[in-house]
Design a protein around this ligand. Structure first.
Ligand code: FAD
Length: 486
């Protein structure tokens, strides 16, 4: 086995460490923070617990397969439940509806509440499944940077169907063409935000995403999202992976174009291979300063970031469930503000995640833990303090109106996360949640590969490289990286 250093204990760094340890290598993880998980962490405030970052869990097999790889039964270490209701939607015009994971029931709900013909919804879900079944094996499971991927039978099967993948329409164009009610189109357009993109720019190919929720299912880990981090971190430790916390890498040391180890505040640490889980833009700018830079990849447009208010609410709202969306009255203007004007719209779509609906001890009795989030641009030096103040007031006005109750007096504890803090705490460039956006049809090909083409023995994993951001893809990056590890 080889000596391997992983930079970063984000979920992809932990998954990479597990996979490499299982291959028989000696693995050390150097993490800048005092805790594992990066974006996938938690926050405790008074009697409340919050999942601080990701809140939506799909593809649990991506987590379970790591336990199976280690010869363990996942059920002994990580438990989750399938959601019957994937999300509650509230429109500014007064309608509200529930997205049921059961496709028939969801189609009926849209028919009853929005007058959407049932077959339109069912056809859209079928198209989403078609995209997933044809594209996922190619884009989510393989390196796009190896000839074998493009010569394999999966690629051949995809080439024959290219015209059906909708690369040339935007998501919004496709959704408006296939639904009767523009509110249904808005609901389906929201899936672009699952990887931080703009439905008015991103290709309709991203209509692949609803299949994750409506085909494969949305889930909730019984101990909260943070248990994804903790259960995998403990698995890595059982496999002998050594974690060094409060230990940021300062440089990746190379000699004659070969990675030789890293420098930290403690000095030089030698390794046969280096795996970088740190955001790749930050890694090139900070750890690989002297090396030639893949400028085109580094300069790709970034995904959106987030502004989150963690509110302990001293009341329970029975009309709210785990995932709740309060739509903007002007969705196009909202995305123009995020991606073109790079600022915050005054009528944003508000997402509230309430884990205490599924995990009662996350809030005191009779209370709820509201993770209240809006999408915002990544940090380019905007006046965030001013924008945050306005956004907080706009969000409270909107929620109070729709829920019929003044919300601000119900907030008993409060904290927040903004693009600056996300960047500070994880090194993600500009605090972008998902690395690059997918706002053009070439985006999949403009992500950094899972290995360096310039520096031998240097590998990359995580949400900023291929295949992309979000927990399932970050975990997929660890698998693709190890599949190509030599
Ligand atoms: P990170 O979590 O960014 O981890 C990188 C790690 O590297 C960090 O721990 C960092 O401290 C460390 N590091 C950086 N530089 C150094 C250095 N020089 N030396 C040592 N260590 C270093 N995904 C979903 O699937 N569903 C969601 O609902 C969802 N919602 C989100 C909401 C928010 C608010 C955020 C922030 C993200 C969300 N995401 C969601 C995205 C998801 O969190 C990420 O795609 C995923 O966690 C990325 O994991 P990672 O391992 O690539 O990187």
């Amino acid at each position: 086995g080889k000596t391997v250093i992983v930079i970063g204990a984000g979920i992809a760094g932990i998954a990479s460490a597990i996979r490499l340890a299982k291959q028989g290598h000696t693995v050390s993880v150097f993490e800048a923070n005092s805790y594992p998980g990066g974006k996938l962490t938690e926050l405790k405030l008074g009697g409340y617990r919050f999942d601080a970052g990701p809140s939506l869990f799909t593809l649990p097999q991506a987590v379970e397969s790591l336990f199976e790889l280690a010869g363990e039964d996942p059920a002994d270490h990580f438990e989750y439940v399938k959601l019957e209701k994937t999300c509650n939607y509230f429109y500014p015009s007064g309608e509200s509806l529930t997205a049921w994971s059961d496709n028939q029931r969801f189609a009926e709900e849209l028919a009853n509440k929005l007058g959407e013909p049932k077959e339109y919804t069912l056809n859209a879900l079928k198209q989403s499944a078609f995209l997933y079944n044809n594209l996922a094996p190619l884009f989510m499971e393989k390196s796009l940077h190896k000839a074998s991927t493009w010569l394999g039978s999966k690629a051949f099967s995809a080439y024959t169907k290219l015209h059906k993948f909708n690369f040339n329409k935007t998501m919004n164009e496709a959704n408006n063409a296939r639904f009767k009610n523009e509110k249904t189109a808005q609901l389906f357009n929201r899936y672009a935000t699952y990887n931080g993109s703009d439905p008015y720019q991103t290709p309709a190919t991203l209509n692949i995403i609803p299949h994750l929720e409506f085909g494969l299912g949305a889930y909730f880990p019984k101990k909260g999202m943070h248990d994804i981090t903790m259960s995998l971190y403990q698995l890595a430790e059982r496999l002998g992976v050594h974690f060094y916390f409060n230990s940021p890498a300062k440089t990746i040391v190379t000699h004659n174009g070969i990675a030789k180890g890293i420098n930290t505040g403690m000095g030089f640490h030698k390794a046969d291979r280096v795996v970088c889980n740190m955001d790749m833009v930050a890694a090139y700018k900070k750890l690989l300063k002297g090396e030639s830079q893949p400028k085109k990849l580094l300069n790709q447009p970034k995904s959106s970031s987030a502004l989150i208010f963690y509110w302990g609410i001293k009341k329970q709202f029975p009309q709210l469930d785990l995932h709740n969306i309060f739509f903007s009255a002007d969705y196009k203007a909202e995305f123009d503000h995020i991606f073109k004007k790079k600022t915050v719209f005054d009528d944003p779509t508000v997402y509230i995640n309430i884990t205490s609906t599924h995990k009662a001890d996350d809030a005191p009795e009779g209370c709820q833990n509201w993770f209240t989030m809006i999408n915002v641009p990544h940090n380019e030096g905007q006046d965030w303090d001013g924008l945050i103040k306005e956004a907080r007031a706009n969000i409270l006005t909107k929620l109070s109106k729709i829920l019929g109750e003044d919300i601000e007096p119900l907030i008993e504890v409060e904290d927040l996360l903004d693009p600056r803090l996300i960047e500070q705490r994880t090194s993600s460039f500009g605090g972008a949640l998902y690395g690059n956006s997918s706002n053009n049809k070439f985006a999949a090909f403009l992500r950094h590969p899972n290995f360096s083409k310039r520096i031998k023995h240097l590998y990359f994993c995580g949400g900023s490289v291929h295949p992309g951001g979000g927990i399932p893809l970050a975990l997929a990056s660890a698998k693709i990286m190890t599949d190509n590890f030599r």
